[in-house]
Design a protein around this ligand. Structure first.
Ligand code: IYR
Length: 221
């Protein structure tokens, strides 16, 4: 194995009181985040999306392979076609394809096959997972932990959008094959999810649901 270079870690230790203060403030800010399905059509500059994608790109990934592609769509005609295809799949999902238990689990969220946010939101960001890489001679390069890696990157993206004062929705039409087709993605990419990004509509609402408390999501030993 060849020797690979290492460089010193850039890190400044801060007092633990400052850590706790930052942690509390960050938690409070993240706890204000809500997912809404009601988007304003107000425009959002491209740089907002670029910043969120760059933030997502700082996520750790299996073997540092960064197996993600973020496709940002503002073109109204493309958004319309994505909405049309997504609503066709969702119609089949809500009218027969989904098991009864799944429909019941979704009831508190008030979702159905109508997806106006896919054309209302100024941006749709479709995230693709690179199931494998492609080498210079078209050879397959194995990627590791792609599901986990892309999930972490999407989390960073959602946090960045929230930090900038905008909202996003994690939307997973089922199945999602139409996205790679409509967006002309290469064969190694699989649609992971689609996120409308923008401002909430003035009358945006969210379900009255609550987060599990620390005790319910943790164990300390
Ligand atoms: N894809 C459908 C159903 C759906 C599934 C889950 I899991 C959700 O958390 C929300 C919706 C839809 O987008 O309506």
């Amino acid at each position: 194995m060849p020797d690979y270079p290492f460089v010193p870690l850039q890190h400044e230790r801060i007092p633990i009181e400052a850590s706790l203060e930052r942690g509390r403030a960050f938690h409070a800010e993240m706890d204000r985040r809500r997912t809404t399905r009601h988007f304003s059509t107000d425009p959002v500059p491209r740089e907002v999306i670029e910043l969120a994608i760059r933030t997502a790109g700082t996520a750790p990934s299996g073997a540092h392979q960064q197996p993600w592609t973020f496709v940002a769509i503002a073109d109204p005609e493309l958004k319309r076609r994505i909405r049309e295809a997504a609503e066709a799949e969702e119609h089949a999902f809500y009218h027969g394809r989904a098991p009864e238990g799944w429909i019941e689990a979704l009831a508190p969220l008030g979702t159905d096959e109508h997806k106006p946010h896919l054309t209302d939101a100024p941006w749709l960001v479709v995230v693709f997972r690179q199931a494998h890489g492609v080498g210079p001679n078209d050879e397959k390069i194995t990627h590791y932990y792609t599901q986990e890696s892309v999930g972490i990157a999407v989390g960073f993206f959602i946090a960045a959008i929230h930090r900038m004062g905008l909202v996003s929705l994690t939307h997973t039409p089922n199945p999602m094959g139409f996205l790679a087709e409509l967006l002309g993605r290469p064969a190694n990419e699989r649609a992971y999810l689609i996120m409308p990004v923008g401002y909430p509509a003035p009358d945006a609402r969210v379900p009255d649901i609550h987060r599990k408390p620390l005790e319910a999501i943790s164990a300390f030993r």
